[in-house]
Design a protein around this ligand. Structure first.
Ligand code: DAH
Length: 339
C-alpha cells in the first residue's frame, strides 16, 4: 500500500508537471483526485486496511493528497499566467498608430448668444429667473393689461391648452411673476422659449426672448436709455449706433422700439435693414403704473422699465443664417458650420 501511494505521488506529480494546458491539467486532477480517482479510491478503502497499519497509511495518503493538490494549484496558476500573456500578446494595442481624431462638440449658436447675454446682465446686477413655458391667460395677458378680446392679442396668437392655459407668447409673464413674488427694488432678467402661431422664413412657432424688468424708486426713461446703450455697446462694440421710435405695448407707457446698427452690413445698408443701416434691437418702455398696482406694488413709490429682446434674429444676423428654422432643426451639417 505504501508503495502504491508513493508511485501515485511520483506519477501524479509528473503528470501535473508535464501538463501543457488547462485541459491536460484537469485530466490529471480527475485521474488522481477526482471522485473515482486513484487516490480517492485508496482513501475510501481505508476501512479495509488492517487496523495496525491504518494510521501510517492514512497519514501517508494525506501527505500524498496535499502534495498533489499543492502541485495542481501551482501548475494551474502557471498555466493561467501563460494563457493570459498569450491573450495579451494577441490583443496588443499599437500606440504608435495615428489616431482617428477626437470629435469636438460645440455650443449651439443660440446657447452661445444666450450665455453672452446672461453674463452681460449678471455683470450689470440683474438676477436671472426662469418662469414656466406653460402659462395662465392671466399672467400672459391680463396682468399685463391685455384683457380678453383686446386687439393686441391678435399679434400674439398662441397655442391654447385650455381656455385659460396656453404656451406663453412672450417672456413678459416673468414680469408678473417677479412683481408678485419679489420685493422692490429689484432687477430681473428671464431668458426663455416662447410660442406663437407664426410660420415663415423669419418666423418660427418657437423662438427665444429675454425679459428684463427693473423696479426701483425714481426710475425713468433716461435710466432706461443709459442701460440700453451700455448693453448695445457690450454686445456689439463701442461704435454701435442706436435710434428710438415710439411704439405701443399695453404694459409700458410710454413704449418705445429701439433700433441698433444693423449687424449684417454694419450700418452700410443692406436688404435686411432695407437700406437704413439699422435693425430692431428690442421693444420696451416705462412700466405702466396699472401693471404695478395689479401685482400689488405701490406705483406712487416705485416705477421701472421693462424690455424684451427676441434673440433669434440677432443670432441669425450675426451668423448669416438665412432661415430661422435652421436654429431648431438640429441638422448636424448646419451645426458643424456654426462652431
Ligand atoms: N413682450 C413683447 C413682445 O413679445 C416685447 C416687450 C415689449 C417686452 C415691451 C417688454 C416690454 O418687457 O416692456 O412683443
Amino acid at each position: 500500500m505504501k508503495q502504491k501511494l508513493e508511485s501515485i505521488l511520483a506519477e501524479g506529480l509528473k503528470e501535473i508537471e508535464s501538463s501543457q494546458d488547462l485541459k491536460e491539467l484537469d485530466n490529471a486532477r480527475v485521474k488522481y483526485l477526482g471522485k473515482t480517482g486513484e487516490l480517492t479510491q485508496i482513501l475510501r478503502g481505508m476501512k479495509d486496511v488492517p487496523a495496525e497499519n491504518r494510521k501510517e497509511v492514512g497519514s501517508l495518503a494525506n501527505v500524498v493528497r496535499e502534495n498533489l493538490e499543492r502541485s495542481l494549484s501551482q501548475k494551474l496558476a502557471d498555466l493561467e499566467n501563460v494563457q493570459l500573456l498569450a491573450e495579451m500578446e494577441k490583443e496588443k494595442v499599437d500606440i504608435t498608430e495615428p489616431s482617428k481624431g477626437i470629435k469636438r462638440g460645440a455650443l449651439h449658436p443660440l446657447t452661445r448668444f444666450n450665455n453672452k447675454f446672461i453674463d452681460l446682465c449678471v455683470e450689470m446686477g440683474f438676477t436671472v429667473i426662469q418662469t414656466p413655458e406653460i402659462e395662465t391667460d392671466y399672467r400672459n395677458f391680463e396682468a399685463l393689461n391685455v384683457p380678453k378680446n383686446h386687439p393686441a392679442r391678435d399679434m400674439q396668437d398662441s397655442f391654447y391648452i385650455t381656455d385659460n392655459i396656453l404656451m406663453r407668447t412672450h417672456t413678459s409673464p416673468a414680469q408678473v411673476w417677479a412683481m408678485e413674488t419679489m420685493k422692490p427694488p429689484f432687477k430681473i432678467v428671464c431668458p426663455g422659449r416662447v410660442y406663437r402661431n407664426d410660420d415663415d422664413s423669419s418666423h418660427s412657432p418657437i423662438f427665444n426672448q429675454f425679459e428684463a424688468l427693473v423696479i426701483d424708486e425714481n426710475i425713468g426713461l433716461k435710466d432706461f436709455m443709459i442701460m440700453v446703450k451700455e448693453m448695445a455697446v457690450r454686445l456689439y462694440g463701442k461704435d454701435v449706433k442706436m435710434r428710438v421710435r415710439p411704439a405701443f405695448f399695453p404694459f409700458t407707457e410710454p413704449s418705445i422700439e429701439i433700433d441698433a446698427t444693423c449687424q449684417m452690413c454694419q450700418g452700410k445698408g443692406c436688404s435686411l435693414c432695407k437700406g437704413t443701416g439699422f435693425s430692431e434691437f428690442f421693444g420696451g418702455g416705462i412700466v405702466n403704473p396699472a401693471i404695478l398696482e395689479m401685482s400689488g406694488i405701490d406705483s406712487k413709490k416705485y416705477s421701472g422699465f421693462a424690455f424684451g429682446p427676441g434673440i433669434d434674429r440677432s443670432v441669425m444676423v450675426t451668423n448669416k443664417i438665412p432661415n430661422i428654422k435652421y436654429l431648431f432643426r438640429n441638422d448636424m451639417k448646419f451645426l458643424k458650420q456654426m462652431r
